[in-house]
Design a binder for this molecule. Structure first.
Ligand SMILES: NC(=O)c1ccc[n+]([C@@H]2O[C@H](COP(=O)([O-])OP(=O)(O)OC[C@H]3O[C@@H](n4cnc5c(N)ncnc54)[C@H](O)[C@@H]3O)[C@@H](O)[C@H]2O)c1
Length: 418
């Protein structure tokens, strides 16, 4: 009988992991409390861009993948469990309730010799101080002596075709040597390269460092873009030129703001912990949050100025948003800046319509009419805003329509670039 893996959470992180584990020969139960998601999985319909339907169907046909909404379906225990549930902010504070409930469900089914790995992004200490006690209390077993526990941050980059799950090195850690060995052995089966670190806290901090680094650098170029515009300097040309430096510079480009489950949330886990434990503000994170959160305001001010130059007001104008997802080639609208841009435009009296074929009906935001990117639709709008430059969009159709381009993908007299 092959090794049994339970993956708790079948979302953007858990589903690709489950598929890869099936592919290399594990028997996998994918548990998700979201019943419509489980029904879709069972019918062979993937809602995660990085997992094509064929891959899901192959997993189902192998007989080694079961999607279920019932933790009871994992009731004959497991050899390995991976927790990939959300770690959101609730009123600005880390909400670990999903991790807690996943840990409680697993604890009752924990057997001696099993391994539990946390993948959800969180602040240093969560595995040791939250996960381990919950598993011990619920099982009556002792971590380290009776079962293994580790942390391995996910580095999935939705839509990235070059760096997929298998090629991206995976940082691994354990609460002790035996746990580290067990975690490493599991991920060595799944990815080309594992990177062991000495403790779970270091692995947890690694993920937060990576995302905070990105958040801060995105904020830097965003603020630079705002000031460069006012100074009358082309920030995009400066970024292109700086990118020719073969060392000591890394290219980041401005945009309409940040979204998704990582950048707007993860750095705040770190600043929350620094404030709670050390009583100090993490100034870089606070500043980056502030700059990135205000980019949609800047975009809408610039759209208003663009309309003004055409002797139009925002009020009463029909504005087409091109792309709602926070990220190119994905359908993920969580925390997407396009939603805030739409809200601000609506508040100023615009009529907002949007096109994004990647976003499913289920995730489509209320109050914004869905249209396609056709000449007929474009003939009927006063302005367009390119928010997300998905591949394959026919942006030439916007010719002649005043267009605010937050991604620097268009040229022409009708275009104003961020
Ligand atoms: N999406 C990314 O690109 C990405 C990248 C790296 C890390 N992460 C981190 O990974 C974690 C998961 O993120 P995601 O994007 O996969 O989230 P997601 O919302 O896509 O998926 C999480 C799933 O967990 C399910 N769930 C919640 N509680 C459960 C429980 N007790 N039992 C079973 N299922 C449960 C939800 O229904 C949901 O379908 C987060 O901590 C996130 O920060 C995400």
């Amino acid at each position: 009988m092959s090794i049994k893996v339970v993956v708790v959470g079948q979302g953007y992180v858990g589903l690709p992991l489950a598929m890869r584990a099936v592919e290399v020969g594990y028997r996998v139960v994918g548990v998700d409390l979201d019943v419509p998601r489980v029904e879709a999985l069972r019918a062979g319909r993937s809602y995660v861009d990085d997992v094509p339907d064929e891959v899901l169907r192959r997993a189902l046909l192998s007989g080694r993948y079961l999607a279920t909404a019932e933790h009871d379906d994992a009731s004959d225990g497991f050899d390995i469990a991976v927790v990939t549930v959300p770690t959101p902010l609730r009123e600005g504070l880390p909400d670990l309730s999903f991790v807690e409930s996943a840990a409680r469900s697993l604890a009752g089914r924990l057997r001696p010799g099993a391994l539990v790995v946390l993948e959800s992004t969180t602040y240093p200490g969560t595995t040791d101080d939250l996960l381990v006690p919950l598993l011990e209390q619920g099982s009556g077993l002792q971590a380290g002596a009776d079962f293994h526990v580790g942390y391995s941050p996910e580095r999935i980059d939705p839509g990235n075709r070059r760096w997929g799950f298998v090629e991206t090195p995976k940082v691994v850690s354990g609460i002790d040597e035996g746990s580290l060995a067990a975690v490493t052995a599991f991920y060595d089966d799944l990815v080309l390269r594992t990177v062991p670190v000495s403790g779970t806290r270091e692995a947890e901090l690694t993920k937060l460092l990576e995302n905070t680094f990105r958040h801060v650098n995105v904020a830097l170029v965003n603020e630079l873009a705002v000031f460069a515009h006012r100074l009358g300097v082309d920030v995009w040309e400066a970024i292109d030129a700086a990118s020719t430096k073969p060392f000591g510079f890394m290219r980041f480009t401005p945009g309409p703001g940040v979204g998704g489950h990582c950048l707007p949330i993860d750095p705040s886990y770190l600043s929350w912990q620094v404030r709670r434990e050390l009583g100090e503000p993490f100034r870089f994170v606070d500043l980056a949050n502030d700059v990135n959160e205000h980019m949609p305001d800047h975009v809408v001010d610039r759209v208003q100025a663009m309309l003004n130059d055409c002797s139009r007001s925002v009020r009463g104008s029909r504005v087409l948003l091109v792309g709602l997802a926070y990220k190119k080639n994905t359908g993920d609208v969580r925390e997407a800046p396009a939603l805030r841009i739409a809200e601000l435009l609506l508040r100023r009296g615009a009529v907002v319509v949007a096109v994004d074929e990647h976003v499913s009906e289920r995730d489509w935001p209320q109050g914004i009419r869905r249209v396609d990117l056709s000449a007929t639709v474009v003939a009927d709008v006063d302005a367009a805003v390119v928010v997300t430059d998905h591949d394959g969009l026919d942006l030439a159709v916007l010719d002649g329509v005043p267009t605010f381009d937050t991604r620097h993908v268009l040229t022409g007299d009708h275009v104003v670039v961020l």
